[in-house]
Design a binder for this molecule. Structure first.
Ligand code: ADP
Ligand code: MG
Length: 350
């Protein structure tokens, strides 16, 4: 008999703790303005050092709230029936659809990462995500789908069925695909927040949406930010590894198989789906962290590496010269790490 189904759904992965935020500052060179709330099915937190004088904290909160809800409910959400993405998902096959520049930008980046990973990352994975019960379409019976259901869903998956014409802002589907941007949209929103703050003249900040980060400059007192990677377990967060932003502007994203999953017959089924098999990933790689200039790219690549599994992930990271930190299950129950040279630089504070 089936074990009682157990669903663990801590909204999105929450992979990064913020040691940078636990210290109190007194009499430093500046002040931290904190802003937090909810967006894209998860929480966000912004820490801004030395607010520009021409903008009040209230105005900033309004602008940030508008920016985020615009990206979420108006563009990227598959949970909002009238978002641009939901409208495109319902749009007819082979009929051009005029898309916003934000959507086009994200779709182009997603397609590039699909090509790079030979389809391990694929935003047309939506029908499989829904079939396995991790999307907005709620299944009546939550259980492992049959092979024939998986095959039917897989028929609608393939990034080659999405055509993008940036020159005339048009997108088109050549099969009845359903896009899911959950693995890239939060990162893109972080990049947009960063752009807003850069334009407002903010020199030092720590931005986070659902564990995807962008960090610039320093905390008050010229100390670098110190993010932490958590141990890949579904228990309360524990610090696994801290690292240092070293005053650089970096984006950091993580993906893992351990927060958002369900269990049946003692088997764990994660929300990270391999579009090539149509099934949740099942291998030793438990968490992948990526540092990049772009949070959208870091977000998508973290998912890509988790789907690829340790060996292929290492091979791709090496080819790309990417800063990555992988945590995988060792044969004797514990965890082991793979840290690329590009990431190792951030483990030291000088
Ligand atoms: P989180 O959203 O928890 O931060 P990720 O960034 O790894 O985690 O995104 C995972 C989400 O992306 C899944 O819940 C699903 O909606 C979608 N997804 C799952 N598998 C893939 C894949 N192979 N390619 C692209 N998106 C995926
Ligand atoms: Mg991701």
């Amino acid at each position: 008999m089936n074990e009682l189904l157990k669903r663990h759904s801590f909204s999105a992965t929450f992979l990064v703790l913020f040691l940078g935020s636990v210290f109190l500052f007194s009499g430093g060179d500046g002040e931290i303005q904190r802003l937090n709330g909810f967006t894209m099915g998860t929480s966000y937190e912004l820490q801004i050092v030395d607010m520009p004088e021409d903008i009040t904290a209230d105005q900033l909160a309004i602008d940030i709230g508008e920016l985020l809800s615009g990206l979420d409910t108006e563009i990227f959400s598959t949970y909002a029936a009238n978002s641009e993405l939901s409208r495109f998902n319902r749009h007819a096959v082979n009929v051009p659809f005029i898309a916003s520049s934000s959507l086009i930008e994200v779709l182009l980046m997603a397609q590039e990462i699909s090509a790079l990973s030979a389809g391990a990352f694929d935003i047309t994975v939506g029908p499989l995500v829904n079939l396995w019960g991790f999307g907005p379409i709620v299944r009546v019976f939550e259980s492992v789908p049959s092979q024939s259901q998986i095959e039917s869903a897989k028929d609608l998956v393939g990034f080659q069925y999405l055509r993008i014409s940036p020159s005339n802002q048009e997108i088109r589907k050549t099969r009845d695909i359903y896009l899911d941007l959950s693995a890239i949209a939060k990162g893109y929103a972080v990049d947009q927040l960063a752009e807003y703050l850069d334009e407002a003249g903010v020199e030092n900040y720590f931005l986070e949406i659902g564990g995807e980060l962008k960090i610039k400059g320093t905390k008050p007192g010229s100390q670098g930010w110190v993010p932490a990677i958590e141990t890949p377990l579904d228990t309360a967060s524990q610090v696994y590894q801290i690292f240092y932003s070293r005053g650089e502007t970096i984006a950091v994203a993580g993906s893992g198989d351990y927060r958002n999953y369900f269990e049946e017959d003692g088997v764990r089924y994660s929300h990270e789906i391999d579009p090539r098999s149509g099934r949740p990933v099942a291998h030793s790689l438990a968490a992948a962290y990526v540092i990049d200039e772009s949070a959208a790219r870091a977000d998508a690549l973290a998912t890509t590496y988790i789907v690829l599994g340790l060996d292929d992930a290492i091979a791709l990271a090496k080819r790309q010269g990417q800063a990555v930190y992988f945590i995988y299950k060792s044969e004797n129950e514990g965890f082991e790490d793979y840290v690329s040279d590009e990431f190792a630089v951030y483990l030291g504070n000088n």
